[in-house]
Design a protein around this ligand. Sequence first.
Ligand SMILES: [Fe+2]
Ligand SMILES: [Zn+2]
Length: 439
Amino acid sequence: MSAEPWVPADGSAERSTDGSAVESTGAVAGHGAVGDITTHNPHLGNRLGIDDAPAVTGTTIDGRQVHVTFTDGVCRTFSSQWLRHCCWCPECGNPADGIRFTTVASFPADITPAAAQTVDGDLVLVWPDGHRSTYAGDWLAANAYDHEARQRRAAWQPITWRSELTDDFPTVEWADASDGDAGQLDAYRLLRDYGIVRIDNLGTDPARTEQLANLIGPIHETTVYGRIYDVRAEPVAKLGAKTGMAQAPHIDDAFYYSPPGIDVFHCLVNTDIGGMSTYVDGFAIAESLRHEEPTAFEALTALPITHVRRHPGEINMRSRSPLIRLDEFGRPSGIRYFDRALGPLDVPADEVDRLYDAIRAFSDRMASPEFTAAIRVEPGQGVLIDNHRVMHGRTAFDPASGRHIRLCHVPRDEFHGRLRELSLRLDPWSHDQYLPQGS
Ligand SMILES: [Fe+2]
Ligand SMILES: [Zn+2]
């Protein structure tokens, strides 16, 4: 297997050379141009290059709206200023490289096209100043903001789990997970859907830790862990991780404003006695609280809890954030709870007891066997964990056993970005789904 299993240029390079994607803008393969500037990104314009996407069949201007009909029989409506703003022609520039000349300041709010027509399955608009904009059917269908289009993008839901995950643990072979193709997309999807995936037959070469991380993104260095952290018992422990003590499930470094995104664990040595890995799905607890303890759920989504970490003279971290973060649809987008790093609560006096009750309701579920999946991670296995959703812990082990796990972190947005790019190539109508943006 190559040292760099992720090949980011793969899909985009294909699309830039297939003709259709670059013809309309005149870009050369692999590169584009904006005026006199040669740019790294090919100018794809308002075109995704999706096979079998609906094409534009007709259009009418209706006041400040433009109605567009497609070969899939759907009529989609767009605001004129939205269309003018979203023109990604070489003259307007493209968000892809941030070389962009058209902003909201470039046109009046009441702009409407002077003419609208259909050309070879594309929508072409001519603006009052003579500027021409071309939008491919796939780009319009993918970016439409009517109810159905937004429902499609909102369709992703996590697969929440409790202890039963132990017997059916999401697992992918390293050879598949690193194939740059369908196996890699499978691994990405398991991590996205379950918030956790085990990678088998990774091997025990320490160099594989970084290769596993690079499958989903670049390593995120922190003061607490450095780049790669060796989790093993040491004579003088700076962190609980470096003892043989049991570690209750927790979110790593919840005291950062943005805690590490994806935990990358690589097991080199384990022990037969103790050292079991435990996992709890924070989204499953949130779901349970929403239905069974709505008062607690409300408190945990509205009131901040405080996490702290201080190594004198070195770091002094403090975050204030709700334990359960909700997205615009009221769905959990992130969990943040590290009981051993919980600082003094700092909320209005009449909320303190209510917040403690709510934290206890969360903590009771977190500690219960019902919500806990437990597996023995064997040498040569890796585990990727969404640290803004799934809490991880371990049972106690003999510090003399030599148990050795390597740990590093990758930002969640880097992972989601690679997931989108691979999906755009292999399953384009899922590439732009709304994903939880974390805690
Ligand atoms: Fe941890
Ligand atoms: Zn333009």
